[in-house]
Write a protein that binds this ligand. Structure first.
Ligand code: MN
Length: 324
């Protein structure tokens, strides 16, 4: 955190700021951007938040989210003295906002992902922080301005999304100390949880029921497979169930190491999405069908109907586990 005093100095001295963050914004990137912008504005600075993508619906409840601009909608970009890049630190993570960042006098990156150098002239990269919001909290405290309810709400949203409501390994005593002061400032955890968690509709629930109704488990109880027929997806208005959501549910059962979601595509092919726990490799399985991904998250498209694909996938999964 040795860069903190330098960053505070720049933020206090300069007057116009671009605040940006990564593509596919999440609760932390949006919370951190809104919090920093709000604090700078309170100190009388000119600030704009510009992102590559629009703010997902899920986070539009945050006050001021409507003022976040999408870079493609800006014809005549204004000049900024300082660009602040939050929750990421490589150029490719911010999309074409990189052009605006390059145009600024000075750039600062504030991130909690493991260091890869940093793209700013001043880089505050601290991977022991749970979230970018945790780092922004330290900055705001150094400004000695009051943590208003609005600021607290932004920071709390980032903290809970990046720590999975304080369940992930990045949750520390410091995280909870910060949260204590945010609740003191007026955040109501129950209200934020409801905004962030109650996001589905009945068609999603029906689709989930259809997927879980097709559940198959291998003899060892390690491979769990669910299917989604095209008709069921049509009934749900082509609504999707995210693979992560299915995997989260299937992995709740002790012993499950490979979670598979098969979707029947309109063209008669089958899309396989796989998640696994070490030592099982979802990637190895998907590679056998011409797909790929990461060791624990991978996918493939099979030139087979749903039934044939299921048979082939289970056979391959069985073969891989007997090889281990
Ligand atoms: Mn983050």
């Amino acid at each position: 955190m040795k860069e903190l005093p330098r960053i505070i100095k720049v933020l206090k001295e300069r007057n116009s700021f671009l605040v940006t963050s990564h593509i596919h914004p999440d609760g932390d990137s949006i919370g951190a951007s809104l919090a920093l912008a709000c604090a700078l504005e309170r100190m009388g600075k000119r600030v704009e938040i510009i992102l590559e993508d629009s703010v997902p619906k899920l986070y539009q409840f945050l006050p001021g989210a409507e003022n976040i601009r999408k870079v493609s909608k800006i014809d005549d970009p204004p000049f900024f003295e300082v660009a602040c890049v939050l929750d990421c630190h490589t150029e490719k993570r911010i999309g074409s906002v990189a052009n605006l960042v390059k145009g600024a006098d000075l750039s600062i990156t504030i991130d909690h992902h493991p260091d890869e150098g940093g793209m700013g002239r001043i880089n505050l990269v601290n991977s022991s922080a749970s979230s970018a919001c945790e780092l922004i909290f330290e900055i705001i405290r150094a400004f000695k301005i009051e943590i208003t309810l609005e600021l607290a709400l932004y920071l709390y949203t980032g903290l809970v999304t990046d720590t999975g409501f304080f369940q992930f390994a990045n949750t520390t005593p410091r995280t909870h100390q910060i949260v204590a002061s945010l609740i003191q400032a007026g955040v109501v955890p129950e209200q934020v949880a409801s905004k962030l968690n109650e996001t589905k509709d009945i068609s999603w629930l029906k689709l989930l029921s259809s997927a879980l109704g097709s559940l198959r488990i291998d003899e060892e109880g390690e491979v769990a497979l669910v299917k989604l027929k095209s008709a069921a997806m049509n009934r749900a208005g082509r609504r999707e169930i995210e693979t992560e959501e299915i995997a989260e549910i299937l992995f709740r059962a002790r012993g499950v190491k490979l979670a598979l979601l098969l979707r029947e595509l309109e063209n008669g092919k089958t899309k396989l999405s796989a998640r696994s726990k070490p030592p099982v490799s979802a990637e190895e399985l998907c590679k056998a069908f011409g797909g790929g991904g990461h060791p624990q998250a991978a996918g493939a498209i099979l030139d087979l109907g749903l039934k044939e694909a299921e048979r082939a996938i289970l056979k391959e999964a069985g073969r891989l586990s007997s090889d281990r």
